[in-house]
Design a protein around this ligand. Structure first.
Ligand code: PLP
Length: 376
């Protein structure tokens, strides 16, 4: 059976976890947490990065830091994971879903402006498959209307847009280190704080509403409950696991990209003959090989393809059911403008097996069976 995903494991994870235990500090903000945070700050040229318990909790933090009032509106794509939306619902906002572009499956930056009202406060672009949204346009719109930008870069660790790391362009960026992502700690994530105005508030928010971070730095004599907060600190045990993978970040990235390119080259011919559609990597974007998707001509063909691959012991999977037509989406938001691509294109999309160190012969089998199915 060729699995759809196998979580990355590079070999040093257990050594580092043992070291974390030997340090007698396995809670948050230990040695490995600091290593991971600092590595990301340096590598991504980010102002401040903090590990969190998940990509979802990084989004929750970002949404709370936006300080939304009931009825404030947040613009986001409907073609995304529930976590993107949950964060803003929990923060009291109303969701405004905007259509996606068919070439990247990212929010269509040209359709954002018409969705803006007096109540709009935030734009939340999602970098689907680790391919960047059109951030220059999005940042220009945000500036023009005085909006905050939260980048859902859960899938975008190590990707760039015009030389800048995804997650470092908006006011906040959110990464995920779930086991389905490129770098993993089981469950985990990180928030990127690009606007220095929010750093102190973020430290308090993640430390149960206390100023303990300032206390540890000797900036205050004792620590107090100073504001509302929660616990978003990741355990140093998990950070130790992640650290092994960050040390090999380039190797993992290159390995995934090589598989992605192999698929792309093998299926280019199908695209030229208009049998399938393949992802576009826009000019100026460098992606991280997070995902390889293709779009069949219709829903029925996609279902038949998934079934055919399964019969051949290969797991290919579809992706998001659009949020705006889901029970919670109907309750918490609305779609603005025409659903030109969100529903029709998500119905046709399928993802192929792609993970760190997938065997070349397995990749070849996925290719052969796919070409068999499409009759070429
Ligand atoms: C994975 C993912 C999340 C959630 O991350 P978790 O670490 O699983 O909480 C949020 N948004 C997108 C787009 C994702 O792919």
């Amino acid at each position: 059976m060729i699995k759809f995903n196998v979580p990355p494991f590079v070999g040093k994870e257990f050594d580092y976890m043992r070291e974390a235990v030997a340090n007698h500090k396995i809670c948050g903000d230990g040695i490995f947490t600091k290593k991971c945070d600092e590595w990301m700050e340096k590598r991504f040229n980010a102002n401040r990065v903090m590990l969190t318990t998940s990509g979802s909790s990084a989004l929750d933090m970002a949404a709370l830091l936006c300080d939304l009032k009931t009825g404030d509106e947040v613009i986001l794509p409907s073609f995304t994971f529930s976590s993107t939306a949950n964060a803003f619902v929990l923060a009291g906002a109303k969701l405004v879903f905007v259509d996606i572009r068919p070439d990247t499956m990212n929010i269509d930056e040209k359709k954002i402006e018409t969705a803006i009202t007096e109540k709009t406060r935030v734009i939340c672009p999602v970098h689907y498959a680790g391919v960047a949204c059109e951030m220059d346009t999005i940042m220009d719109i945000a500036k023009k209307y005085n909006l905050l930008v939260v980048e859902d870069a859960a899938q975008g660790v190590m990707s760039t847009y015009k030389g800048r790391a995804l997650g470092t362009i908006g006011d906040f960026g959110c990464f995920s280190f779930h086991e389905t992502k490129n770098y993993s700690m089981g469950e985990g994530g990180a928030i990127v704080l690009n606007n220095p105005l929010y750093i102190k508030k973020a430290e308090i928010l993640r430390e149960k509403g206390t100023n303990r971070s300032q206390f540890f730095r000797g900036q205050v004599a004792k620590y107090n409950w100073v504001d509302y907060g929660d616990s978003y600190l990741q355990s140093d045990l998990n950070a130790a696991y992640l650290w092994a993978q960050l040390e090999k970040a380039d190797e993992i990235n290159n390995n995934r990209l090589a598989t992605w390119n192999t698929y792309y080259n093998a299926f280019k011919y199908l695209q030229e003959r208009r049998i399938v559609e393949l992802p576009t990597i826009p000019e100026g974007c460098k992606h991280n090989g997070h995902m390889f998707w293709l779009k069949c001509k219709d829903f029925e063909t996609r279902q038949a393809y998934i079934e055919f691959m399964k019969e051949n012991d290969i797991l290919c999977v579809f992706h998001y059911v659009p949020l705006h037509s889901s029970p919670a989406g109907l309750k918490f938001g609305c779609f603005v403008g025409e659903d030109e691509h969100t529903t029709p294109d998500s119905d046709r999309l399928v993802r192929l097996p792609l993970y760190y160190n997938i065997l070349p012969e397995d990749v070849q089998r996925v290719i052969d069976k796919t070409l068999d199915f499409f009759g070429v």
